[in-house]
Design a protein around this ligand. Structure first.
Ligand code: ADP
Length: 515
């Protein structure tokens, strides 16, 4: 089976969050299971050539049209993290991918629409048959629309799969944005096409909806999120489209090579699930001490809670703020590693940082820092994930692998992966964290206090919980099997459809002859 994935991210060379890690983890596991898979992403100027092996020009110059202008592109090929990847270098006058970050620019819609068209043009140029084209998020949803509208006869693609990693980001734009890449934008303004479901804005195009309407199969990244977003309350306006498209949920995994406390190059002390509890605890203490020294803090003897997150309302920022105060009141220490483009949210956290600037039990850092994230997973006692909605969430999975006990609000993928240590209805072996339900300070406080109580009064149970978390298998093995069975099911059903079309055509020609 030949699989091509087109996306905006691929970790670690181009990662903004979970999307890049999914592309890496799924691709690496598909390769491990002997499937042919390639990834296509933009060649962002911040990608370090040293991170790429066998980098070479694959197609020196091919053209893609935007607003009637012909733009030159180069397609590069390379191997990144053992995965074959293609990198689109667009010589676009606006320097679409010559930016410091992946997203966050006023022309993001134009950038990723252009990328989608240029990616499809490249596939056409290559002319090789593809069994599965796997596209991700609104950024590449237009590939499905382009294929159906303009390239149907020119490309041999078995099936298109569209994965929604976060329904909150939908790529809303104007019809003329589609015109720019050669589609007739106005012709997509109908309820069964790309018209945004918000009736107040009938002239709005919704790119994510384009993926839902035009792909052959749609999935999202956890079973609970799949159930949540087909309800009007959580469907962000698209619940009925998602229901009609028969959305399924496949839980994400984490890449076992990228996240491995036994080999992690960023950790001061390494450890693994098979080590004795004494060795694990000693290594985590050494990792705590390393950070304590580096940031001149003092949290000896205190439960260390952390949050490693994009600071967006969806992540429960009001609860994270609350948790900092509550943790200190209850005699703990707190580290926040968060980044946000939102100046209001930034200001709110900056005020808390100022309030505690002389407190040796608090560290608040506004940055995206991969190395520090690894060090924190290796040091924290508890990771707080109080999301309001969470498609899957990777931080709780990484935390489990690093012997950091998650404290989560029960929603989406968090609900599928973390089970409360006191929940008598869950098998003992599955209980791996602390869970609260209502998105309120009181519910959060009660979970935090239960965690601190265990940490202080029952070392044996606390450590058993820590080890049980490390033993959970949230690798890509099982999710990859589920993706493969989705790919196969689609291939089989399209073969059946093709066979029945051939039969109908043959029957028609026989009938014609008789007549
Ligand atoms: P999302 O994709 O919604 O941001 P996920 O939980 O799916 O959330 O994935 C987040 C990924 O990004 C994790 O690997 C996490 O460690 C990482 N991450 C989040 N914030 C930061 C940060 N400030 N610095 C470094 N890594 C971060």
């Amino acid at each position: 089976m030949r699989i091509i994935q087109i996306a905006a991210e691929f970790a670690p060379i181009a990662k903004a969050g979970g999307l890049g890690e999914v592309l890496l983890g799924l691709t690496r596991e598909l390769i491990q299971q002997h499937h042919s898979v390639e990834v296509l992403i933009p060649k962002y100027s911040f990608i370090q050539p040293q991170a790429l092996n066998q980098l070479k020009i694959e197609v020196p110059d091919y053209r893609c049209t935007e607003k009637g202008q012909s733009i030159s592109n180069t397609m590069w090929s390379a191997v990144a993290e053992d995965c074959p990847i293609h990198l689109l270098e667009a010589r676009h006058p606006s320097g679409y991918f010559h930016r410091d970050n992946i997203y966050g620019y006023p022309d993001d819609i134009a950038r990723f629409l252009y990328f989608s068209r240029a990616a499809i043009e490249y596939l056409k140029l290559k002319g090789e048959p593809i069994d599965i084209l796997h596209i991700h998020e609104w950024h590449t949803a237009a590939c499905a629309v382009l294929l159906r509208s303009l390239y149907m006869k020119e490309l041999s693609i078995g099936n298109v799969i569209f994965t929604i990693h976060n329904l909150e980001y939908q790529g809303k734009c104007a019809p003329h944005d589609l015109d720019a890449i050669g589609l007739d934008g106005a012709s997509f303004l109908s309820p069964n096409q790309l018209q945004d479901p918000d009736f107040r804005y009938p002239q709005t195009i919704n790119l994510l909806k384009g993926g839902i309407v035009h792909a052959d199969a749609i999935n999202t990244v956890s079973p609970t999120y799949a159930k949540e977003i087909v309800t009007p309350k959580l469907g962000c306006g698209l619940s009925s489209n998602l229901k009609k498209a028969k959305l399924s949920g496949i839980l994400n995994g984490i890449d076992s090579k990228l996240w491995n406390p036994a080999l992690d190059p960023f950790l001061a002390a390494r450890y693994c699930a098979d080590d004795s509890l004494a060795k694990i605890v000693k290594a985590k203490t050494a990792n705590k001490d390393f950070l304590k020294k580096r940031y001149s803090l003092n949290w000896t003897g205190r439960p260390l809670v952390g949050s490693i997150t994009r600071l967006a309302p969806q992540k429960g920022t009001h609860l994270i703020k609350e948790a900092i105060h509550q943790t200190l009141n209850a005699g703990g220490a707190f580290v926040l590693l968060g980044s946000t483009p939102d100046s209001v949210i930034h200001q709110e956290f900056a005020e808390i940082k100022e309030l505690y600037k002389d407190n040796p039990h608090v560290l608040i850092l506004f940055e995206h820092n991969e190395e520090l994230a690894h060090q924190l997973y290796g040091a924290l006692d508890f990771l707080l994930v109080p999301s309001i909605s969470e498609p899957c969430g990777l931080t709780q999975l990484i935390a489990l692998r690093y012997g950091t006990i998650p404290i989560i609000r029960s929603t989406g993928g968090l609900k599928d992966t973390v089970f409360d240590c006191e929940d008598g209805e869950v098998l003992l072996q599955q209980r791996n964290g602390f869970v609260f339900y209502e998105p309120t300070p009181a519910a959060l406080n009660s979970a935090l206090l239960r965690a601190f109580n265990l940490f202080r009064t029952d070392v044996a149970t606390h450590q058993t919980l820590l080890r049980r978390g490390m033993q959970c298998d949230y690798s890509w093995k099982k999710p990859t099997q589920e993706y493969l069975s989705l790919y196969r099911k689609l291939s089989e059903s399209s073969q059946k459809t093709r066979r029945s079309h051939v039969r109908i055509e043959q029957a028609g020609s026989v009938k014609n002859k008789i007549i």
